[in-house]
Design a protein around this ligand. Sequence first.
Ligand SMILES: Nc1ncnc2c1ncn2[C@@H]1O[C@H](COP(=O)(O)OP(=O)(O)OP(=O)(O)O)[C@@H](O)[C@H]1O
Length: 263
Amino acid sequence: MSNGLQLVDVSREYVAGIPVLSGIDLAIEPGELVTVVGASGSGKSTLLCLIAGLARPTTGQVLLDGQEVLGPGPDRGMAFQTASLYPWRSVARNVAFGLEALGVPRAERDERVRWLLDEVGLTAFAGTLPGKLSGGQQQRVSIARALACQPRVLLLDEPFGALDVQTKEDMQLFIRQIWQDVGTTIVMVTHDVEEAVFLGQRVLVLSSDPGRISQDIPVDLPEPRTLEVRRSAEFLSLRARVEDLVRAEHRAHQALKRHAGSS
Ligand SMILES: Nc1ncnc2c1ncn2[C@@H]1O[C@H](COP(=O)(O)OP(=O)(O)OP(=O)(O)O)[C@@H](O)[C@H]1O
């Protein structure tokens, strides 16, 4: 039985006969940090939903540690662009939500919430309601909540898309720190190629119509990833390469749409 995440010849249709994703074969080792980029509509969120078990593949299989994914489960945590916190629950009780649902004893729950709030730098806000937090702080709570049940995989769908540039940069460093401390596998979708190359150990580029993995690019940049790494010639060249690939996929997609519209 192989460990990690595997997608075997996965396709997904929302409308019969029109695949959004097709022929996806992917293996992610435990503890890897993989980022996913691609043109809008290429199926990035659909890919995450299939791994999360929020949608089932039309054909093929998603496997986690050799077990087929048949629905959502505590072994996969997810955070989205909008933090989607429970506004009536304090920060600590938002983080505790999944643990309560699993019936984790109070003492263990409190201990884990304490550790997570410390990890995300929000100990002082444990009793605060989410509405009183900044966007970046809300995202930290959302990620802490997703990590509370100690998932084997953390799925992030454009988690920093709505944040200002400076907060986004802080959050990128934060994700790298979390990943090093917790050691979980991370699969993160982003529109931002710079972010994908800075964070990922591998960058997957999706093509469109149907979405396929057109490139699987190892990111061989020095660790730890610091802001200096971001200014290195190596980084800039890799970023340009991935940008060109995404641009080419986007143009091909637009040309296909024009062709379909004119025929
Ligand atoms: N629930 C759904 N029902 C029908 N079609 C859907 C559904 N979810 C997504 N789609 C379609 O599937 C395609 C891929 O959508 P998806 O959101 O996975 O792409 P994406 O790459 O994440 O896009 P974006 O970058 O714009 O967020 C799109 O054409 C979208 O309209």
